[in-house]
Design a protein around this ligand. Structure first.
Ligand code: FES
Ligand SMILES: [Fe+2]
Length: 434
């Protein structure tokens, strides 16, 4: 791309299209605030965005504060037990009606002038009602529902666009990867209540992706520990290194920007070791039996994978290890990552506790892994300020990737198949002004 042809803060569709090429992307898509604003409009205001899991609002009146781009929303279970996604904006003069991250309330009372909404969103107390004319219809002044809401196995998604493809089409083949987490429970129940922690890093939201190339370098100390002790935990037993291209691990692009680091063949190959590890935990024998009863021939895979599809669902959800992760774009150079640990239904407290300890050890604020990732993203963001040779190389494995039987594109673990898949969809969304 001829840089001189790009005017700051304004890009034509052709210029945007030019920024994602075969095997390379222009760094400005990560650094330019004008492109970030376009992303909010063309991606976050249009497609399905992950909001939260139904288990985060188990009781009537439970809510969680979430965002769709810059639109503040509430995931709330109403007094009719129905889960809704409502815009967190008072219908009077626009104040947020909720300012705490989560809680349980009988109603939402706006602090500004006291308008009160019930937990299904209806306006139930209009202060000084006599001052409003006969055309003021209280029943039309409830909290606005987000135009489209749909869920898949308890995962609630919403879209600010009134029209668009159904959630099922959007998820496509990636939906069955969500199953790999839910069905790690013998009762097929997960509870997103294992605790939440957050990281904010000074870097772009698109940097955090499914990268099977970096562990040996960014997480060298963790890989070294894994080699010293291959029985590292539930679903983390590795007789063989998963991050070498001779391993059975793969990268996979499902379309719609959804991608995964596919550990299935690698883990099932080590089933005996995985099953032996979990059997040693209190309740482990019962778990293995219950899994076989509930899931039949799928059980060895589900036990080995331990609920870790390692899936990136474009644009804002990731299912990694024992967590549901929400990526929130704050600015071109600022991103929030919200990590909520999951508890499996139908398993012993010891199994869930072990899973949680493993989560903390890699992903926690003082963990051995995640803080390194955040540090790397900040270094990338700083490096990308240079516009001398501004292209990022994402061509790794392009010559050896292939289309698999299920239609997904598959590559070896270090191949940049996920990065290409994500940017291909990004480009398609950004270049359609419709
Ligand atoms: S802005 Fe909410 S009551 Fe006035
Ligand atoms: Fe990492």
């Amino acid at each position: 791309m001829n840089q001189a042809a790009v005017s700051w803060h304004s890009y034509s569709d052709a210029q945007l299209a030019d920024m994602v090429q075969n095997g390379r992307v222009h760094s400005r898509i990560y650094t330019d605030q004008a492109i970030f604003e376009l992303e909010l409009e063309r991606i976050f205001s249009r497609i399905w965005i992950y909001i939260g899991h139904e288990s985060e609002v188990p009781n009537d009146g439970d809510y969680q504060m979430r965002d769709i781009g810059r639109t503040p929303v509430l995931l709330v279970r109403g007094n009719d037990h129905k889960v809704r996604v409502l815009v967190n904006r008072c219908r009077h003069r626009g104040a947020q009606v909720v300012e705490t991250e989560s809680g349980n309330v009988p109603s939402f009372r706006c602090w500004y002038h006291g308008w009160t909404y019930d937990t299904s969103g209806a306006l139930i107390n209009l202060t000084g009602a006599e001052a409003y004319g006969k055309d003021f219809k209280i029943e039309e002044m409830g909290l606005s529902p987000v135009p489209r809401v749909a869920s898949y196995r308890g995962f609630v998604f919403a879209s600010l666009a009134t029209d668009g493809e159904p959630l099922e089409t959007f998820l496509g083949r990636a939906a069955t990867m969500i199953d790999l987490l839910v069905d790690a429970s013998p009762t097929s129940e997960i509870f997103a209540d294992g605790g939440t922690h957050k990281t904010e890093y000074n870097g772009n939201w698109k940097l955090i992706g499914m990268d099977g190339y970096h562990p040996h370098y960014t997480h060298a100390s963790v890989i070294a520990a894994m080699h010293r002790k291959p029985e590292a935990g539930i679903g983390a037993t590795h007789r063989e290194d998963p991050f070498v291209d001779t391993a059975r691990t793969r990268t996979r692009d499902f379309g719609h920007g959804h991608a995964m680091l596919d550990f299935r063949d690698h883990r099932i190959h080590q089933y005996e070791m995985n099953a032996a590890f979990i059997r040693k935990i209190s309740g482990g024998e019962a778990y293995v039996d219950a899994m076989h009863q509930a899931h039949g021939e799928q059980a060895p895979l589900l036990i080995s994978l331990a609920g870790d599809p390692h899936l990136g669902l474009f644009p804002n959800m990731q299912l990694i290890n024992n967590q549901i992760r929400i990526i929130t774009p704050l600015a071109a150079n600022r991103t929030r990552v919200t990590m909520t640990a999951v508890r499996l239904g139908g398993v012993s407290a010891e199994i869930n506790a072990t899973r949680l300890r493993q989560h903390e050890s890699f992903y926690g604020p003082a963990g051995a892994g995640s803080p390194d990732d955040a540090e790397i993203f900040e270094r990338v963001q700083l490096g990308m300020q240079a516009e001398v040779n501004p292209w990022l190389e994402i061509s790794r494995g392009m010559e050896r990737e292939r289309v698999d039987d299920d239609g997904s594109i598959v590559g070896l673990i270090s191949d940049e198949v996920p990065q290409r898949g994500m940017m291909r969809y990004w480009s398609a969304l950004m270049n359609s002004a419709a």
